[in-house]
Design a protein around this ligand. Structure first.
Ligand SMILES: Nc1ncnc2c1ncn2[C@@H]1O[C@H](COP(=O)(O)OP(=O)(O)OP(=O)(O)O)[C@@H](O)[C@H]1O
Ligand SMILES: [Mg+2]
Length: 342
């Protein structure tokens, strides 16, 4: 569970008192694991600042950010990087233009984690994972693995950023244990024992199976590889209940710079990836139709406050007119896309 507790942030660009901007005014927000929240609100209402406070790129003046009840407010952005996948409005921000598609993906895959020990011996398989994932975007990116990202279109870059934000190498034993003890609600020693009692025998069993496949002379190279990958997958699945920090996806107008067709494609794929992985997701958008169509909870920001927070059936019943009415009451102009998307 992700929580913002009484978070306040004021910016002062010039140093003059009159130029103080309160971006967030005592924000309280609890997001349950697996929730898909769409966030709307007029320009400057505090949406991006909220996401930036979560990732740690903006430090709040007061208040706390909690992940599974653990205060992470003081953790630096890079220390939190493995818990969050972030896609920005600007396609240039999420990828490195000087590097190839493959290099960008490799970096994202290892984000904040050391290489998984279970994948030794078949590191090359990453490439196949990336190719399979890229194919789903239907943008031909799988054939451009060695091309520099800098020469690609905004839509292609954004699709790549989305993939980079959602793929993650399985954490290593050490990282998983450290995070489990840190984020489990149980007492330190109890959590440690629980982890070791389950993990160690499962790992021994996996190792035995792994060796048996590796030294099986009846298997052809290809079959061996497939079996090893499958054994690894099953093992990771088995111990995944200890992987408490499955990634949280933060999308800040991630389709705004794309043409309507590509935007639609990227959005549909976002929804698919989120559902398949049960990812906890925050999606900022100016498109009210998208905010209503996707997700199971909708939040509206105004002047650094949350002025609407609806979920489930109540969200399903919401209409664009309801949202426009809410904008009007708050004294905000609805974004153009609200009208355009009607
Ligand atoms: N780095 C910064 N320096 C100074 N002021 C900032 C900074 N970041 C945000 N602000 C101010 O904080 C307020 C909230 O900004 P924020 O970016 O969170 O809005 P937003 O809801 O994301 O808007 P938009 O829809 O335009 O993206 C605005 O008044 C903005 O000018
Ligand atoms: Mg913003």
């Amino acid at each position: 569970m992700l929580e913002l507790r009484n978070v306040t942030k004021t910016f002062n660009l010039t140093g003059n008192k009159e130029d103080l901007r309160t971006a967030l005014d005592h924000i309280n927000l609890q997001i349950e694991s697996g929730e898909f929240v769409t966030i709307i609100g007029s320009n400057g209402s505090g949406k991006s600042t909220t996401v930036n406070v979560i990732t740690g790129s903006v430090k709040p003046d007061s208040g706390q950010v909690l992940l599974n009840n653990v205060d992470i407010t003081k953790l630096d952005e890079h220390q939190r990087a493995s818990y969050f996948g972030h896609v920005f409005q600007d396609p240039m921000l999420g990828t490195s233009g000087d590097m190839s598609v493959l290099e960008n993906l490799e970096i994202a895959y290892r984000r904040g984690r050391k290489h998984s020990p279970f994948l030794w011996g078949f590191r090359k398989s990453h490439k196949q994972i990336f190719i399979n994932e890229l194919k789903r975007f239907d943008l031909g990116l799988e054939d451009r693995l060695n091309q520099k990202v800098g020469v690609m279109s905004g839509g292609q870059r954004q699709a790549l950023t989305l993939l980079m934000a959602t793929i993650r190498n399985k954490p290593t034993h050490r990282t998983m244990k450290k995070d489990y003890i840190r984020f489990s609600e149980k007492d330190h020693d109890v959590a440690k024992k629980e982890f070791e009692d389950f993990y160690n025998p499962a790992y021994q069993e996996f190792k035995k199976e792994f060796r048996a496949i590796l030294f099986d002379r009846t298997l052809k190279h290809k079959e061996k590889r497939a079996k090893l990958i499958e054994a690894n997958r099953l093992f990771c699945q088995k111990v995944s209940k200890f992987d408490l920090t499955k990634q949280i996806l933060l999308l800040d107008e991630h389709t705004a710079a794309l043409d309507p067709k590509t935007a639609k494609k990227v959005l549909e794929l976002t929804d698919k990836i989120v559902k398949e992985n049960g990812m906890t997701t925050l999606m900022i958008t100016h498109n009210m139709k998208d905010a209503l169509t996707y997700g199971n909870r909708l939040i509206m920001f105004h002047g650094g406050h949350i002025i609407l927070d609806v979920r489930g059936e109540e969200k399903q019943k919401l209409t664009i007119e309801d949202l426009l009415e809410k904008f009007n009451t708050a004294g905000d102009l609805p974004p153009d896309s609200a009208i355009l998307s009607k």
